[in-house]
Design a protein around this ligand. Structure first.
Ligand SMILES: [Zn+2]
Ligand SMILES: [Zn+2]
Length: 342
């Protein structure tokens, strides 16, 4: 098959149905990737129109080449602007690693290209696998099933309603989009929650809502306006969250006095500016008080995350006291309904 036909097939696969294109391992800025099929599976790797079959423990090594992705496997070598890998009938199970840093199992098709001198691996997976994987990565271990189901509906809504957030793919695998890990076991809580809520989404004003959520609001969730973000459509609401008020862990950080303005005006832009200068963990959440002490600014807060939309800690507490996922979603996303999207 020619490279153009393969590219068209890849584009078609990405656009059809509810497949998602998720960029992975971007945090590692990979210059080398190792690919192998999962046990009992076979991978078809397309390199510039030639199809290589990877079976058993055979691996393919992908590196940044002068004119694209350099691919070697055994005594074969080739170079292509885009390297594609699929099972014999579409997506399959495989392992991808950044040598010495991370290895992860995926159930997907794979596309690898070069951008800015780095390899860009993109997994093309179906919506429900992505939802279960994101829920497994995002939800609190041991959370009650109804809270995990609420999380699954929020995660599905986010994937369906967000416009593409990156250049070569729609979503990344970090908290910038939705944190993503390996697909969970079929019997695990995340898989059960995704399956039980399959097709269910949050709807606002007739459209699916790209639902935001965070780990722990610290006592009260925030509106988009409070976060200094532009409001187009759903404004989000400031919702009291009793569980966070009484039991979210608190934290304290100290800063030189010249950060007073950035700390006192807690917009998303200022949080990003602080994170860039001081590190991303120094201000875990927004629910904090600022005081001056010996020429320093001391920040004392509760909770973690942006605090907009569903609060995972609060949802867990609601579910533990008997609320189902509808009640939880209705509480954190007022003026929305649960709809169904095939
Ligand atoms: Zn992203
Ligand atoms: Zn909360």
């Amino acid at each position: 098959m020619s490279r153009i036909v393969l590219l068209l097939l890849a584009l078609h696969a990405a656009a059809s149905g509810k497949d998602l294109r998720i960029g992975v391992f971007g945090l590692f800025h990979p210059s080398e990737l190792i690919l192998r099929a999962a046990s009992g599976r076979a991978l078809r790797v397309d390199v510039a129109g030639a199809v290589w079959n990877l079976e058993g423990s055979r691996t393919a090594r992908l590196r940044v080449g002068r004119s694209g992705v350099l691919c070697t496997a055994g005594n074969r070598a080739g170079s292509s602007a885009v390297v594609l890998a699929t099972g014999s009938r579409g997506r399959t199970e495989f392992f991808l690693s950044v040598p010495g840093k991370i290895e992860r199992r995926f159930v997907a098709s794979l596309e690898v290209r070069v951008r800015g001198g780095e390899l860009v691996p993109i997994v093309i997976t179906d919506l429900e696998t992505a939802v279960a994987s994101a829920v497994a990565a995002e939800s609190v271990p041991g959370a009650p099933l109804e809270a995990i189901e609420a999380q699954a509906i929020a995660a599905r809504s986010f994937y369906l309603a967000s416009p593409a957030r990156h250049r070569d793919f729609q979503f990344c695998d970090t908290t910038h989009c939705q944190f993503l890990r390996e697909p969970p076991e079929q019997t695990g809580a995340a898989s059960v929650a995704a399956a039980e809520t399959k097709g269910l989404v949050l709807v606002h004003a007739g459209a699916v809502l790209a639902a935001l959520y965070s780990a722990s609001c610290g006592g009260r969730t925030r509106t988009l306006a409070e976060a200094g973000m532009a409001v187009q459509g759903y404004p989000y609401y400031s919702i009291e969250c009793p569980s966070c008020q009484t039991s979210a862990p608190d934290w304290e950080s100290s800063f030189p006095a010249n950060y007073a303005t950035l700390l006192e005006n807690r917009s998303e832009a200022n949080r990003i500016e602080l994170g860039r200068v001081l590190g991303w963990n120094v201000i875990p959440g927004y629910n904090y008080q600022v005081r001056r002490e010996d020429g320093h600014i001391v920040v004392h807060g509760r909770g973690a995350g942006h605090g907009i939309g569903l609060c995972q800690r609060g949802a867990g507490a609601m579910a533990a006291s008997g609320a189902n996922h509808r009640v939880i979603l209705n509480y954190y996303y007022p003026n929305t309904a649960i709809g169904y999207r095939e």
